[in-house]
Design a protein around this ligand. Structure first.
Ligand SMILES: Nc1ncnc2c1ncn2[C@@H]1O[C@H](COP(=O)(O)OP(=O)(O)OP(=O)(O)O)[C@@H](O)[C@H]1O
Length: 317
C-alpha cells in the first residue's frame, strides 16, 4: 500500500467573504493540494454560486490527488450566523460532496471565525478579534461555549473595520469640502491612492457600478501616513476605531464572565496586522482594563488555523 494512504488525511476549507481556500494535507503536514478562489458567503453571493465554487474546488482536489478517503473535513464558512444558516450551508456542502467520490469519516461545518478560534485555542479559554474588511469578536470559555460580538455586516455594524474606517475617511473629506470640518490631508492621500484629481471624481468612484465593500475598505490604508503627518482627523478616526474594537473585546469578555484566569486574545485581519497605530492603541486600552490578558497577533494564513481546527477534531474524535 502507498505509504501516504496509511496517514490520516485532512481536508480544510476556509470559506471567507472575499476568498475561499481548500487544502488537502496529511496529518504530518504534507500539502497534497491547495487552491484559492473567490469568496463563498452564501448570504452575499447566493446558494447557487457557493455550490459552483465548492464543486469546482472539491473536484480539483480529487482530480489532483485521486484520494477518496478523508479522515476529517472542516468547512469553515462565513455566513453561518444562525441555526438556519447552518442548515442551509450544510445542505450546500453535502450536495457538493455527493458529486465527488470522497468518503469523509468526520465532517465539521461551522462559522469561519469560530473554526479559526478553535484552531487557535482548542479547549482553552480565549478570544479572536478580527478587523479586516469587516470586524467581529468571537470568544470561548474553553468548555464548548462561544460568544460573538459585532460582525453584523457593513450596512449597520462592523465598527473599527477597514470598511468602517474607509467610510469615516470619506465622510471626513466630504465634511471638510463643505466647510463643516477643518481641511484634512486625507483628501490628498485618497485622491493619490485612487489616481483621481478631484472630490467630484471621488463621488463618481463611490457610486461606480463596480464598487465593492473591499474598495471602500482599501481606502483605510492611507490612515497611517496621514497620522504620521499629524492629521487631526486621521488620529481621531484611528482612536475611534481602536475604541470600537476595544468595545467588541470588552462586551465579549463580559459574556464570558472573564475573571482574570489565563486568557489569550488573538488578533487578525488586515487592519490589526498592518495598522500599527490602531493596534498599539487597542493593546493599550486592553492592558489598562485587563492587565493579565495575553495578546497575540496571528502570523499565519487563515487556512493554517482551519487545518489546526481539523487536527483538533481528529484528536477528540
Ligand atoms: N499594508 C496595509 N496597511 C494598511 N491597511 C492594510 C494593509 N493591508 C491590508 N490592509 C487593510 O486590511 C483590510 C482588509 O483586510 P483582510 O484582507 O484581512 O480582509 P478580508 O479577509 O477581505 O475581510 P474579512 O476578514 O472581514 O473577511 C482593508 O481595509 C485593507 O485596507
Amino acid at each position: 500500500m502507498d505509504q501516504r494512504m496509511k496517514q490520516s488525511i485532512i481536508l480544510a476549507v476556509d470559506g471567507g467573504a472575499t476568498k475561499t481556500t481548500i487544502t488537502l494535507r496529511t496529518i504530518q503536514g504534507e500539502c497534497l493540494f491547495e487552491k484559492t478562489t473567490t469568496g463563498s458567503n452564501y448570504q452575499t453571493i447566493g446558494v447557487d454560486a457557493v455550490s459552483v465554487i465548492l464543486n469546482d474546488l472539491l473536484h480539483g482536489a480529487y482530480l489532483s490527488t485521486k484520494l477518496k478517503s478523508i479522515d476529517v473535513a472542516v468547512f469553515a464558512m462565513a455566513g453561518i450566523d444562525t441555526k438556519s444558516d447552518l442548515e442551509m450551508v450544510t445542505q450546500i456542502i453535502e450536495q457538493s460532496l455527493q458529486n465527488t467520490p470522497f468518503h469523509i469519516e468526520n465532517l465539521v461545518i461551522e462559522n469561519d471565525v469560530q473554526a479559526t478560534l478553535i484552531g487557535l485555542v482548542q479547549n482553552t479559554p480565549g478570544m479572536l478579534l478580527i478587523s479586516g474588511t469587516g470586524s467581529i469578536a468571537f470568544g470561548t470559555d474553553g468548555r464548548n461555549r462561544f460568544f460573538r460580538t459585532g460582525g453584523w455586516g457593513h450596512r449597520a455594524s462592523d465598527e473599527g473595520s477597514g470598511y468602517w474606517i474607509g467610510r469615516q475617511i470619506l465622510k471626513g473629506i466630504f465634511r471638510a469640502e463643505d466647510g463643516l470640518d477643518s481641511p484634512t490631508v486625507l483628501k490628498k492621500l485618497v485622491l493619490e491612492k485612487l489616481k483621481i484629481n478631484s472630490v467630484d471624481q471621488l463621488v463618481n468612484w463611490l457610486y461606480h457600478p463596480e464598487y465593492t465593500n473591499s474598495h471602500m475598505a482599501s481606502i483605510s490604508s492611507v490612515l497611517q501616513e496621514a497620522i504620521s503627518l499629524n492629521d487631526e482627523k486621521a488620529i481621531r478616526i484611528a482612536q475611534s476605531a481602536a475604541n470600537e474594537l476595544f468595545l467588541l473585546v470588552n462586551a465579549t469578555l463580559k459574556k464570558l464572565h472573564y475573571d482574570g484566569e489565563p486568557f489569550t486574545l488573538h488578533l487578525n485581519g488586515g487592519i490589526l496586522r498592518h495598522d500599527t497605530y490602531i493596534r498599539n492603541e487597542l493593546v493599550q486600552f486592553i492592558h489598562q482594563e485587563y492587565p493579565h490578558i495575553a495578546i497575540a497577533l496571528c502570523k499565519h494564513n487563515p487556512i493554517e488555523y482551519i487545518v489546526r481546527r481539523a487536527k483538533y477534531a481528529l484528536k477528540i474524535s
